[in-house]
Design a binder for this molecule. Structure first.
Ligand code: ACO
Length: 399
């Protein structure tokens, strides 16, 4: 049920809803979620069908333009993305200014915001062509920037993008190829990577997407808005969860220690939470987690890692959470991040890059929401607050 409270403000009344538990901030035709039923649709298409039949760039096209592309449109779209994969050479000077051990998300926040400085002539947000070119630039350059961050942390030379490869293959190539070694992309890994991208592409008004819309509502340029989204995604309650899942599995270390961590998670006096469990919207199995779980099994089988100790801990945790009354009553199911971290670790991606990959995948969602907002009448986002401070008082002149 929707209660339209727009007229309240005119009477000096406002709704108070910390955490926006029951506040809709916009209309959107991009993504539909029914958290109780475990349904996620992009432009009407169920996420599991997209993960099976679509690739990431086709999903990007769908989110951005509203319909699936025909063959020619898809080829043109892929070619446009391929055309913009390079980043300006001056960006490397920025990267050199960071510490080698800087978290790659810290570098990404800076680099993506800095793209504004390179494209200032095409940033009239009221021009649909400028908005479209910004979308292409962002989708295309995110994997390049992400792999540059990784290579920098390893002190390895940067690999230039290969536009003959698919989006996922090119990303793995830029991450793992070196000038001295030929790198052949494993098709199972490329498929798994592509699925991770598709499953993270959009999720309506989560914290980072709402941040992008709020930043955009002031008329800020798209690169600055996406940088704001990246900063928000970094938090462990949001995109940082996949990194936190792996850290937690490593900390648990052995199946024998699981009970101790479950007890901590249930203790209200302990801030510890079981990472990768629970979701603000899904009070049922996250439909993305179901697909991710299958993909996880495929990758581990390909690598002959089905007996991996971390995976054993993960499977046992999953089982406990599905049976233990604490988790069952609170509807705390494993979320998408629970499995994506295990897949990426198996592929050889370091934990610190997990959230960067989430940011890469979510860029299309952010830019589609930003574009949708700017394309229709909108207001600057300006929530109210419930003031709980001191009442008006006189400045003490005798102090
Ligand atoms: N472990 C233990 N208990 C939990 C967990 C958890 N992971 N998540 C929620 N709970 C408990 C809470 O303590 C609370 O219990 P109570 O009713 O007895 O007080 C109840 O479940 C409801 O929790 P809330 O915090 O009110 O739920 P909310 O919707 O605000 O939070 C969130 C959702 C942030 C995702 C939370 O479940 C969490 O912190 N999970 C772990 C982090 C995580 O995996 N985040 C990824 C989200 S998915 C994504 O961003 C793609």
């Amino acid at each position: 049920d929707v209660i339209d409270v727009r007229a309240l403000g005119a009477n000096g009344i406002f709704t108070y809803d910390p955490g926006f538990m029951s506040t809709g901030s916009c209309e959107s035709a991009i993504t539909y979620i029914d958290g109780d039923a475990g349904i996620l649709l992009h432009r009407g298409y169920p996420i599991a069908q997209l993960a099976e039949h679509s690739d990431y760039l086709e999903t990007c096209y769908l989110l951005l333009y509203g319909e699936l592309p025909d063959k020619k449109q898809k080829e043109e779209f892929d070619a446009m993305v391929g055309k913009h994969t390079m980043v300006n050479q001056s960006m490397h000077k920025f990267i050199d200014g960071f510490r080698n051990d800087a978290h790659p998300m810290a570098i990404m926040c800076g680099l993506v915001g800095a793209l504004s400085a390179f494209y200032q002539d095409d940033m009239d947000i009221n021009n649909p062509k400028h908005r479209e070119i910004a979308a292409f630039r962002l989708i295309s350059k995110m994997p390049t920037l992400a792999s540059i961050c990784y290579k920098y942390s390893k002190d390895q030379p940067v690999m230039y993008p290969r536009n003959d490869l698919s989006y996922a293959e090119n990303f793995l190539y830029m991450m793992f190829a070196t000038p001295c070694e030929d790198y052949v992309v494993n098709p199972v890994f490329a498929k798994a990577m592509d699925r991770i991208f598709v499953l993270h592409a959009d999720h309506e008004q989560n914290a980072s997407t709402s941040t992008v819309r709020l930043a955009g509502s002031s008329g800020a340029n798209p690169f600055a808005c996406i940088a704001a989204g990246i900063a928000t995604l970094w938090g462990p309650a949001h995109g940082g969860a996949n990194e936190a899942v792996l850290t937690m599995l490593e900390e648990i270390g052995d199946v024998e220690n699981i009970d101790e961590f479950i007890t901590k998670a249930k203790d209200k006096n302990d801030p510890f939470r079981l990472m990768g469990f629970g979701h603000r919207v899904y009070k049922n199995f996250d439909p993305r987690a179901k697909v991710m779980r299958e993909t996880c099994d495929q990758v581990l089988e390909e690598l002959g890692m089905s007996n991996d100790p971390l995976l054993k801990i993960a499977k046992r945790l999953e089982q406990i959470a599905l049976e233990d009354p604490y988790f069952v009553e609170r509807k705390l199911y494993p979320n998408v991040d629970f499995y994506s971290g295990i897949i990426m670790k198996a592929i050889g991606i370091p934990t610190s890059m997990f959230t960067v990959i989430f940011a890469m995948s979510r860029t299309i969602g952010w830019i589609s929401h930003w574009n949708e907002m700017i394309s229709s009448p909108y207001k600057i986002g300006r929530p109210r607050q419930l003031y709980v401070g001191k009442p008006e008082r006189d400045y003490p002149t005798d102090k």
